[in-house]
Design a binder for this molecule. Structure first.
Ligand SMILES: Nc1ncnc2c1ncn2[C@@H]1O[C@H](COP(=O)(O)OP(=O)(O)OP(=O)(O)O)[C@@H](O)[C@H]1O
Ligand SMILES: [Mg+2]
Length: 592
């Protein structure tokens, strides 16, 4: 039997794409019909059948309440977040939450976590790839928007676990696009990657030196995409209809869905034509019979309607250029990625902004999946080292201070992998535990930022206040995912503490999904995935991870950390990541 394949998966808001490297050439994997974009849609029909991808998309009009799309906009978010509230007004499916305030979606009375819906999509992508390749797909590199926070990344990781895909690495979409553009070409260039997809907008500035892809700055908006253009056009149609007939079509989910579908098509038409017609027969009943929507939309009209959306992307472009300390003359190429960059006004405005025609070297729909496949192939065959991706944090990670302020640990655009040590002292007599609320966001007050998790250390030895210390190590791995570990430096070696971050992904998995992976792929004796996904760090006193180079600077206003134990020998993989970090820090210091 042939060896299991390793693929790249672009898990998109509207469409997902899979790609593979064969004979050193990356290519997208098409299904038997020749198509390669897979709608990121899951539905359950009235007979209880689960439908995914094209099958789910085809029936959305007759089943809008139980057809779930756009989950990437919700994944890893808190039910209280403004984004979720905004979505509740636009999406027809039912959104609720669990006891951790994580978002759940109800499909035919069954609650599903966003990781579960995403797992169903990943599973479908894997199955299509398996059918097309004729062999098992066991491993993948999955992409996420650069602007995803820790919790969103963790949720995608959890989705991979539920789907029983060995996710070798989560990488950022713009970095993947840059890989597709520059891998193996011995380039020495600075690039801007402008990725405007269905639901998210990302812009990153990268420096490519041979096979080192270093992100200098990143920014964007996880709530801005092609869907917003569709909605603008749909609102215009609904408005015109109301003016003409006095009927509000917004309230009827089926009508609204039909209008949005027609408007997406009209938007796509307007990318290649000066005007188009939005024609929907029998949209509703009027006093004297059936009524149609039939309006003409000119490209200029559409452009006026959406100009501010494009303007918002340019605000983010200005910010990342400032963060990267670059002027447009410094850039060698501008890459356009994502379906929404096909809108002529988008391409024009981006070209004007950067003062440069976009590169023709990559395909806007394929680049991200191809880059993921290149990374997957490299990791599967050579392991760490061949390609070095040096990425940066999209938003500050910090902790909540007593007065409700956010105290940064890793500021925005901090490179990762990265590690910082903070030493806390007790503030009460006999204090035995320390609780930290970890946040991500760029606002000064904690409440305005997203909570990543609570971290509690309860192994402090009893002492008068200010006498006991807790050494806390914050580690960002090469996926930008945070782990926190702590130890009491004064206690004996026998002491062990189990530390836990409360975060998304604690829920028992939906019973239906336990057998997601196709039965034929199950190896003998393989057990189903464990029922809970937790983020635990087990530490023995004295075995805290050695502080990284960042910690060489003494932490502010805290006593100097006691000498850590000599570090254990690091595995080669880690060593290369750390070596990369050290050389990167050296370069950063030289630069600034
Ligand atoms: N010719 C076109 N003109 C305008 N918009 C288009 C065109 N073709 C596709 N789109 C839009 O592009 C969007 C899909 O883009 P893409 O497949 O890159 O997004 P995605 O990867 O699913 O989303 P994301 O990257 O945000 O997660 C849809 O909103 C679609 O309507
Ligand atoms: Mg995309």
């Amino acid at each position: 039997m042939s060896e299991p394949a390793t693929i790249g998966i672009d898990l998109g808001t509207t469409y997902s794409v899979a790609a593979i490297v064969e004979n050193n050439r990356p290519r997208v994997i098409s299904d038997t019909g020749g198509g390669y974009t897979i709608p990121s849609i899951v539905a359950v029909d009235d007979k209880g059948n689960r439908l995914v991808g094209q099958a789910a998309k085809r029936q959305v009009l007759i089943n809008p309440i139980h057809t779930i799309y756009g989950v990437k906009r919700l994944i890893g978010r808190d039910i209280q977040s403004p984004v979720v509230r905004k979505i509740q007004d636009h999406f027809k499916y039912r959104i609720t939450s669990d006891e951790h305030a994580d978002v759940l979606i109800k499909i035919r009375e069954e609650p599903y976590g966003l990781e579960e819906i995403s797992a169903i999509i990943l599973d479908h992508v894997r199955n299509l790839a398996q059918d097309s390749l004729g062999r098992e797909v066991a491993r993948a590199v999955v992409t996420v928007p650069a602007y995803f926070n820790d919790r969103q990344r963790q949720a995608v990781r959890d989705a991979g676990k539920i789907a029983q895909i060995d996710v070798l690495r989560i990488i950022n979409e713009p970095t993947a696009a840059a890989l597709a553009y520059g891998f193996g070409k011995a380039l020495h260039q600075k690039l801007a990657v402008y990725d405007f997809g269905g639901g998210t907008f990302d812009v990153s500035i990268l420096e490519v030196r041979d096979n080192v892809f270093e992100v200098l700055a990143t920014g964007g908006d996880t709530f801005l995409g092609g869907v917003d253009f569709d909605n603008r056009l749909a609102e215009l149609m609904i408005h015109r209809f109301q003016k003409e007939h006095g009927i509000d079509l917004f309230k009827d989910p089926i009508c609204h869905q039909r209008i949005k579908d027609a408007c997406e098509q009209a938007k796509i038409d307007l990318s290649s034509r000066p005007e188009t017609r939005v024609h929907i027969p029998f949209i509703t009943m009027g006093p004297s019979g059936a009524l149609n929507i039939d309006y003409t939309v000119k490209r200029e009209e559409f452009e006026q309607l959406c100009e501010d959306l494009i303007g918002n992307t340019l605000v983010a472009c200005r910010q990342v250029m400032a963060d990267a300390k670059l002027k447009s003359e410094d850039l060698d190429a501008v890459l356009l990625v994502g379906g929404s960059t096909r809108i002529p006004l988008v391409a024009r405005k981006v070209a004007d902004f950067f003062g440069k025609a976009p590169s023709k070297g990559i395909h806007p729909d394929e680049a991200v999946a191809l880059g993921a496949a290149i990374m997957a192939d490299s990791l599967a065959r050579k392991g760490e080292g061949e390609i070095q991706l040096l990425d940066v944090l999209p938003m500050t990670i910090g902790i909540k201070a007593a007065g409700g302020k956010m105290v940064p640990i890793f500021p925005r655009n901090s490179p990762y992998p990265n590690q910082k040590l903070k030493v806390f002292t007790t503030s009460k007599d006999q204090q035995q535990s320390l609780k930290l609320t970890i946040l991500q966001g760029d606002k000064a007050t904690a409440a305005e930022n997203e909570i990543i998790g609570d971290f509690t250390f309860s192994g402090i030895h009893p002492a008068a206040k200010g006498q006991a210390k807790v050494e806390t190590v914050f580690t960002l791995n090469h996926e930008g995912i945070l782990t926190v570990a702590a130890r009491d430096p004064d206690t004996g070696a026998a002491r062990e503490s189990v530390l836990q971050i409360q975060a998304a992904g604690h829920k028992p998995i939906h019973p239906d999904l336990i057998a997601l992976k196709k039965p034929m792929e199950k190896k003998a004796g393989e057990t189903v995935i464990s029922a809970t996904v937790t983020r635990e760090v087990k530490l023995k006193a004295g075995t805290a991870p050695p502080p990284g180079p960042e910690t060489a600077k003494a932490p502010e206003k805290t006593p100097p950390p006691p000498q850590p134990q000599p570090p254990k020998p690091v595995r080669p993989a880690k060593e290369s990541a750390l070596a990369g970090l050290v050389s990167r820090l050296k370069r950063l210091f030289q630069r600034g």
